[in-house]
Ligand binder design. Structure first.
Ligand code: MG
Length: 230
């Protein structure tokens, strides 16, 4: 057990990671597989269902770390296609459709509402491709509510580089010492944000914690953040 963290001063802004923090990847993947079966049903045949597609993806997905081009190659060969579909078609389908099925964790809306009610600035810092990450932000309904959305591909710098956190803070007009960051990636999010001068929380809804010492500030779920604002 860590020593209890000192009470925190309320922040002027809270920045969030996207995948595994606001967006529930498992839920999105299940939705995507239903969509996949709907769109490729004729080529797959009626005996292939969404559970089988999801199993084929999860067998190789590595939490999304497998390059999508490689995933498309696997799906083109591993599924029992009645009429073959090219990996290029499957890659395009992923790129065009996966963002739109982004699904928020159940407590996202309540947390955003509560922070807005306290006039706390809101931002997002995400590593990834601009088109995909923006389509997720839109699907989650968060675009109008975030004062800063910084995506690594757009700005040419990625977490854990402190520069990407500072870009978001500059857009919000808030100093690092007055900001919190919430993310699931121990290195990119937690150590990155701390190195940039923010107060960081690790949330246990995405990646596993990787350090020998436990995280200094840990949330079982996003909604637990509110207890730190009391
Ligand atoms: Mg993440």
């Amino acid at each position: 057990m860590t020593a209890p963290a000192k009470p925190l001063k309320a922040p002027l802004a809270v920045l969030f990671d996207l995948d595994g923090t606001l967006a529930d990847r498992a839920a999105a993947l299940a939705r995507y597989c239903r969509l996949f079966v709907g769109d490729f049903g004729e080529a797959l045949g009626p005996e292939v269902d969404a559970v089988q597609v999801e199993g084929a993806i999860l067998a190789v997905d590595d939490g999304g770390a497998l390059p999508r081009r490689d995933l498309a190659v696997v799906l083109a060969s591993a599924l029992p296609w009645r009429a073959p579909v090219s990996s290029e078609t499957l890659l395009r389908h992923w790129n065009e459709r996966f963002g739109a099925v982004a699904t928020p964790f159940p407590d996202v809306c309540g947390v955003i509402d509560a922070l807005e009610a306290r006039a706390i600035g809101l931002g997002l810092v995400s590593n990834g491709g601009a088109a995909m990450q923006w389509s997720k932000v839109q699907a989650l309904g968060l675009a109008p509510r975030l004062g800063a959305v910084v995506i690594s591909e757009e700005v040419g710098v990625a977490k854990p580089d402190p520069a990407i956190f500072h870009l978001a803070l500059d857009r919000l007009g808030v100093a690092a010492a007055d900001a919190w960051f919430v993310g699931d990636n121990p290195d990119a999010d937690v150590r990155g944000a701390e190195a940039a001068g923010l107060t960081a929380f690790w949330v246990a809804t995405g990646m596993s914690w990787d350090g020998e010492a436990p995280p200094r500030r840990c949330l079982t779920r996003l909604g637990d953040l509110m207890a730190h604002l009391a």
